[in-house]
Design a protein around this ligand. Sequence first.
Ligand code: PMV
Length: 327
Amino acid sequence: MSSATAVAGTNIALVKYWGKRDEALNLPATGSLSLTLDRLGTRTRVAFDGGAADRVTLDGAPAGEKFAARAAAFLDRVRARAGLTARATVETSNSVPTAAGLASSASGFAALALAATRAAGLELAPAELSELARLGSGSAARSIFGGFVEMARGARADGRDAVARPLDEGAGWDVRLVVAITAAGEKTIGSTAAMRQTAATSPYYEAWVRGVDGDLAAARAAIAARDLNALGAVAERSALRMHASAMAADPPILYWNPATLAAIATVRELRERGTAAFITIDAGPHVKVLCAAADADDVAAALNGTAGVLRTLVAAPGPGARVVEAA
Ligand code: PMV
């Protein structure tokens, strides 16, 4: 029997990914750009111990059917690649609520890709791991790397070039993301279905796709210049355009709740008072706020005082996925 444990931080996109050019391979319709976080992530142990079926636990309890099936399908890819048939035990725990729009699938599939390949005796190069993680969840390709990361759209039909890479020019820039949690429980519609519905029915989808390359260029330049105001402006418009395209789908997709809007208003007030703080929102109602390290406590306090905000978490840039135990 061989086993490995890997940890990965989640990542929050500053230039969003919203739409696939190939659903089977999770090939994105556009590139994206994100920040991998330190405190929020997943720890996963995989052991190919040869039971009758794959056994998956999530936060100490047997995983739900959908979650377990997704993990087993992912393990099948790893087994095919390693020439293995043995079933596995997978123990995974998240430091963020699962499937609530806090990007647990990003850290989850990054940690699973690394732990499963190592346990299967494979040593993949980082770009290959990124490609593999992408097959589990598009955003997971980015969590293989630490800090600021850019995910390429790629042009190939087989997806070999749809991988992430670290943006070295951002290394050491000590920003913070303050997460305002505005609801308990799972999100209303998963990202794959929501992307499909947006692409198929939203009159704004094409315009959304057309704008992403410009946002990527602006974000790269802002990171190279350590210009928080410029990066924040890109992040806000990317998130709001992503949500606008989803809201315009038929039927409409609306992830926000009243506290989401209240948190947006709080961040605008902070900015009017001179604090550089900028929102982004994923496929859920929570609001994530990009700011300087020195302002994070003030930003968190303002969000904690916002109606409907349940709690806040402050995260710093974190490292890429790594193996912490192998036997
Ligand atoms: O990786 P997925 O399929 O969970 O999609 C992620 C989509 C967003 O979080 C909304 C945006 C992003 O780029 O992470």
